[in-house]
Ligand binder design. Structure first.
Ligand code: PAF
Length: 282
């Protein structure tokens, strides 16, 4: 497994790897868990080689967010990736990604504005900018992202489509289903912030979502189900709920109830130092 931190050796390595067939990229911010490793395994099923990027992207963190404390267990991450047969790890530092004088921003309007976009202004500009750069740097034939970040996936697909990117094409952005703990909590690097007590409370999030989905599927109006979902989370010990919305799965437009098209329940809620997000199909 090659670990590369500079652009020129990256280009040479990528050129060599691509001679064997398609190259897949799994972009990450490190602090890897089974969800990331599932992306890597899925990538291996579609590509001759898998590259993983590890870069904690400062541009997607807002003021007062957890950029400084975000976990960076580099050696542990590298060992996990080695064991998964990853060919290349792209691990630039901040000065390599954003050299002095860097001035370009990729901003996807519309789909990036509600939900996490409203709660974390500028977040998706940071994501779109770094993912666009990662795609240009690694030039993968396909790229894989977790469905846990449903809105992020939609923003990236929009960006790749709108900018006519060819490595990867829009059709080559794969969403991989969320990996969950046995009690249903979605895996996230930020779960590490939870105390033992908060971790127990956190499991109420997927349970409350499933209860809301059962009522939505029985034909109840979204407004009542979502209000009860928020109340249930606050009652068990969540500090606040950024949003709990029923949306069109593709456009993220808010829905008043389940209709003909695919719908998605999306929630973000805060507990202790963690902001947990989750989403489920309805
Ligand atoms: O989902 C993440 O880990 C990050 O948002 C990503 C896509 C690697 C961009 O920094």
């Amino acid at each position: 497994m090659q670990i590369i931190e500079q652009l020129v050796p990256l280009r040479m390595a990528v050129e060599r790897l691509r001679q064997d067939g398609p190259l897949a990229l799994v972009p990450t911010m490190g602090a890897l868990h089974e969800g990331h490793l599932t992306l890597v395994r899925e990538a291996r099923a579609h590509a001759a080689h898998v590259a993983v990027s590890i870069f904690v992207n400062p541009r997607q963190f807002g003021a007062g967010e957890d950029l400084a404390s975000y976990p960076r267990p580099r050696e542990q991450d590298l060992a996990l990736l080695r064991a998964e047969g990853v060919s290349l790890v792209w691990a630039p530092d901040v000065a390599t990604m954003y050299p002095p004088g860097y001035a370009t921003n990729v901003s996807v309007s519309g789909i990036s504005e509600p939900l996490c976009g409203a709660a974390r202004p500028g977040h998706f500009d940071g994501v779109a900018t770094v993912v666009c750069k990662l795609f240009n740097q690694v030039q993968p034939d396909l790229a894989l992202f977790g469905e846990k970040d449903w809105q992020q996936l939609a923003v990236i697909r929009r960006m790749v489509h709108d900018l006519d990117l060819t490595r990867p094409y829009a059709d080559d952005i794969y969403g991989v289903p969320t990996v969950r703990e046995t009690d249903g909590l979605a895996l996230s690097s930020r779960n590490a912030y939870l105390s033992a007590e908060e971790r127990e409370v956190a499991a109420a999030l997927p349970r409350a979502m499933q209860a809301a989905i059962a009522r939505l599927q029985a034909g109840e109006a979204a407004a009542a189900c979502l209000a009860d979902l928020q109340r249930a989370l606050l009652a068990v010990g969540f500090a606040s709920v950024d949003y709990a919305e029923l949306c069109d799965a593709d456009t993220l437009a808010p829905l008043e109830g389940t209709g003909d098209g695919p719908a998605r329940l999306l929630v973000a809620a805060r507990i202790g130092k963690a902001r947990l997000i989750d989403n489920m199909g309805v």
